[in-house]
Design a protein around this ligand. Structure first.
Ligand SMILES: [Zn+2]
Length: 152
């Protein structure tokens, strides 16, 4: 047996039990299903409410990402992707326009900070220890996500 939510052409809603889907189709087509309110036989299936017990109509899942993330997770995922793309662009810009000093970054950045070197824009790698030292000395630098960093 199968339960269908039905409605007539006057939008009266009612439940109907059928042996199977084909039985419903046949009875609806041949006018054997009558609206209990007005007796009309122009019956269609009402949109199914999957959570009848709660009385809530839920939207379909059709417009959700197929990967099974909730909308907020999907949104966070999207934002993370955008940030990563922006970071990649930033890195590309730096690599095109700045001087690569490799793992001498800490020394070069320090030289710029103390005016011993022209500030032409440099990039390179620094170990965590070197980064900490630079921070303590007040040397300005920016970590670029995704760039190769030498780990000590
Ligand atoms: Zn009716």
């Amino acid at each position: 047996m199968i339960l269908y939510k039905l409605q007539c052409c006057d939008e009266h809603s009612f439940d109907g039990w059928f042996r199977d889907g084909a039985t419903y189709e046949r009875q609806a087509r041949t006018g054997q299903i009558e609206c209990p309110y007005c007796g009309k036989t122009e019956i269609t299936k009402a949109p199914m409410a999957p959570n009848i017990a709660k009385g809530a109509t839920r939207s379909t899942d059709d417009d959700r990402p197929a990967v099974g993330l909730s909308t907020s997770e999907a949104r966070a995922h999207q934002v993370a992707k955008q940030i990563l793309e922006a970071a990649t662009k930033a890195r590309e810009y730096v690599e095109e326009n700045f001087e690569d000093v490799g793992d001498k970054f800490a020394d070069e950045a320090r030289a710029i900070h103390y005016g011993e070197r022209e500030d032409g824009g440099i990039y390179g790698q620094a170990s965590e220890t070197e980064e900490k030292e630079l921070e303590e000395e007040g040397v300005d630098f920016v970590r670029i996500p995704g760039s190769n960093r030498k780990n000590s």
